[in-house]
Design a protein around this ligand. Structure first.
Ligand SMILES: NC(=O)c1ccc[n+]([C@@H]2O[C@H](COP(=O)([O-])OP(=O)(O)OC[C@H]3O[C@@H](n4cnc5c(N)ncnc54)[C@H](OP(=O)(O)O)[C@@H]3O)[C@@H](O)[C@H]2O)c1
Length: 292
């Protein structure tokens, strides 16, 4: 298949390129040469490549910054998907779009999970733009799949495990982590494999695709220290004790109900994936975090 990958140099995009390149012909696209919010130049690139599928891994993903830079966040997270849907429709390609657990408000009693059919109700500007992105994709083309994922981490880019490791190695006394927000840490490489499966199955509709199981950010950080073999232990705190510019859902656990119903769920328990991630990348993680 010919696959146009937007946001190809991001955390998820790089893993998708690695996973998909074995069996498919790819067109990796990212800033600065491809701006998904620039309709004319995007469409020219898509038309030239004539893809069977457009995969959108691009996004304005810094949740707190979205509160202050609303125009920029809207441009990437909403105008971009409007344009990608239009190009997909015009060229007959299927559009695979990535969304987030932050489209939910998190008021569901823990540990009940959200399913694909639950109504969205975002509480941050980032969540609002991603909920809008889902709406414009569905309005813009008939052939689409929207994948909502959560708490993403991988070897490239910025993410929670990397930030925690940096602090564990440089200022361990500051390691106070929120213990009352719950979700599913998801390895971007595993998600890339799930995406490959959905592309090859010609999937249509909305899908939750996060790791199996759930934890708090504090439990995630503690598990990371254990897997890394570090003696540093984070201390738990509440959301109230750790204020951020954007509000986060207290419970954004996702159930991969639609994937399971079709026998397509390839997601693994979060702790198993974390162990595999660390065993593959331990040295590089330590080096990047400023250790030896
Ligand atoms: N990270 C998470 O925890 C998380 C959780 C749930 C869902 N998601 C969703 O998963 C998807 C992938 O996230 P990620 O963590 O891989 O994000 P990421 O590492 O921030 O990658 C996003 C990529 O998109 C590029 N980009 C930004 N604006 C663009 C534009 N106008 N045109 C083309 N490319 C543009 C970025 O380039 P620059 O770096 O140059 O800006 C970057 O390479 C996003 O849809 C995100 O909302 C992420």
């Amino acid at each position: 298949m010919r696959i146009f990958v937007a946001g190809a140099r991001g955390q998820l995009g790089t893993d998708c390129i690695e996973v998909l390149s074995a069996d498919h012909e790819l067109m990796p696209a990212d800033l600065p040469e491809c701006d998904i919010a620039d309709q004319a130049s995007l469409h020219e690139m898509v038309e030239d490549f004539r893809p069977d599928c457009i995969l959108n891994c691009a996004g304005y993903t810094r949740v707190d910054d979205c509160e202050d830079n609303r125009e920029a966040a809207f441009r990437v997270n909403v105008t971009g998907p409007v344009n990608l849907a239009a190009s997909a429709r015009k060229t007959g390609a299927r559009l695979i779009h990535i969304s987030t657990d932050y489209v939910f408000d998190g008021t569901r009693p823990y540990p009940l999970a959200y399913e694909e059919t639950d109504p969205v109700s975002p509480i941050s500007y980032y969540g609002f733009t991603k909920a809008e992105s889902e709406r414009v994709v569905q309005a813009g083309t008939d052939r689409f799949a929207v994948l909502r994922t959560a708490w993403l981490y991988g070897i490239r880019g910025r993410n929670f495990p990397k930030a925690i490791l940096r602090r564990a190695l440089t200022s361990p006394e500051t390691l106070k982590i929120v213990d009352d927000q719950f979700g599913s840490p998801t390895w971007s490489f595993r998600l890339a494999e799930q995406i490959r499966h959905l592309i090859e199955a010609d999937a249509q509709g909305i899908f939750h695709a996060s790791s199996e199981g759930y934890c708090s950010w504090y439990e995630f950080a503690t598990a990371l220290m254990e897997e890394m073999g570090l003696s540093v232990r984070p201390r738990p705190c509440t959301t109230e004790e750790y204020p951020t510019r954007a509000r986060r859902p207290m419970n954004s656990i996702l159930e991969n109900a639609a994937l399971k119903k079709r026998g397509w769920n390839r997601m693994r328990p979060w702790r198993e994936d974390l162990a595999q991630f660390v065993s593959l990348h331990r040295d590089r993680l330590i080096e990047e975090a400023g250790g030896k």
